[in-house]
Design a protein around this ligand. Structure first.
Ligand code: PGA
Ligand code: ZN
Length: 390
């Protein structure tokens, strides 16, 4: 849910004030600002400017900032950030005018974009594993082609705004179920001609769905009827069904971070790789407990959760000694540093997740792997079918 909205006045590229918004949800903070033009058409939405000639030649936006901090924020706090059209409609209703003269299009747009970013960050994530490739170079080609077919499919079905990408480079169309998302990716794999050679994985990030002892699978639905709340057993049933209907080979964080019990029950079924993200927090103690209790069977390694390279290597060893899989993982906030690629090869993890083949900071890791494969030449081994235990 949206927990806080704060606006401020910043400068646009011409040195003229514009509106910037920080929108917070339980997941984090999302920032956006409004652009502005010189030519102003008669029918376009109206920018709210202070008109106080003593400040910024009348171009200040402190009124718009105040409206966001008070009226808009009051209306939107508590709303689900994935419900873009309802958030936008709430602001349009609050404005009540045809051209957005009351609140200002600059105020409304900045909030609207920030909510869009926040909403994209809430979506579950579907990944592909090109394990049928003969080498990494071919795997990148398969991933990239599938990604672009997915873009066309989403554009056809949800319009071009469905192709806006989130932090990890993934698309975030307005889907309402796991199977709706999985169908899209499956169709993209078919169109790219890689049926059978590409498998699927999901990051459920279920800690974010957990309310009490239940999981809210309708976190995007307008009227929360509570109808789509599932308990742990029902979640296990759902994952089992999804794994039989789709070529899913790995599920990350299928339950809450402290729901050891259901993670154990699900892992015991042996249907797919069960990856611990916030269950483990890359923490040796939690990993130790999970190994002991067989609460999952793969480590998601986020190196900044542990803090040094030495300790990162130690937990990878700990996981490997237990015959677990290891996924080297990016964070939603990344830099263009490609180190994770070197780490994945150096530690022979066989698995890395660095996001979609889009956005510089994601692509930096894949490009580094291309270089490493080239440098290793005949000695390079692509994990392929042996991805779990390379
Ligand atoms: P993060 O999670 O947003 O905590 O970096 C990323 C992920 O699990 O894919
Ligand atoms: Zn995760």
């Amino acid at each position: 849910a949206i927990t806080k909205i704060t606006a401020r006045q910043i400068l646009d590229s011409r040195g003229i004030p514009t509106v910037e918004v920080d929108l917070c949800t339980n997941k984090g903070m999302y920032r956006a600002s409004a652009p502005s033009g010189t030519a102003i058409g008669m029918y376009e939405a109206v920018e709210l400017r202070d008109g106080d000639k003593g400040k910024f030649l009348g171009k200040g936006v402190s009124k718009a900032v105040k409206l966001i901090n008070e009226k808009i924020s009051e209306t939107l706090i508590g709303m689900d950030p994935t419900l873009q059209s309802q958030i936008d409609q709430a602001m349009i209703d609050l404005d009540k005018t045809e051209n957005k003269t009351e609140l200002g299009a600059n105020a409304i747009l900045a909030v609207s974009i920030a909510a869009c970013k926040a909403g994209a960050a809430e979506k579950e994530e579907i990944m592909i594993l090109p394990i049928g490739a003969n080498n990494f170079t071919e795997a990148v080609q398969m991933g990239s082609e599938t990604y672009h077919h997915l873009k066309s499919i989403i554009s056809e079905k949800y319009g071009s705004t469905g192709c806006n990408v989130g932090d990890d480079g993934g698309f975030a169309p307005n889907i309402s179920s796991f199977s709706e998302g999985l169908d899209l990716v499956k169709e993209a794999i078919d169109r790219a001609g890689y049926n059978g050679r590409i498998k699927l994985a999901m990051d459920v990030a279920a800690t974010d769905l957990c309310i009490g002892r239940k999981y809210d699978l309708d976190s995007k639905a307008p009227n929360k009827s509570g109808q789509n709340f599932k308990n742990g057993e029902e979640m296990i049933e759902m994952f089992t069904k999804l794994c039989s209907g789709y070529p899913i080979v790995s599920i990350e964080q299928p339950f809450d971070k402290d729901d050891w019990e259901h993670s154990k029950l699900f892992s015991a079924l042996g249907i797919c790789q069960v990856v611990g993200d916030d269950l483990l927090m890359s923490n040796p103690k939690r990993i130790g407990r999970a190994i002991q209790e067989s609460a999952c069977n793969a480590l998601l390694l986020k190196i900044n959760q542990i803090g040094t390279v030495t300790e990162a290597i130690e937990v990878v060893k700990q996981a490997k000694d237990a015959h677990w899989g290891v996924v080297i993982s990016h964070r939603s906030g990344e830099t263009d540093n490609p180190f994770l690629a070197d780490l994945a090869v150096g530690l022979t993890t066989g698995q890395i997740k660095a996001g979609a083949p889009c956005r510089g900071e994601r692509v930096a890791k894949y490009n580094q792997l291309l270089r490493i494969e080239e440098e290793l030449g005949g000695q390079a081994v692509y994990a392929g079918e042996n991805w779990r235990l390379p």
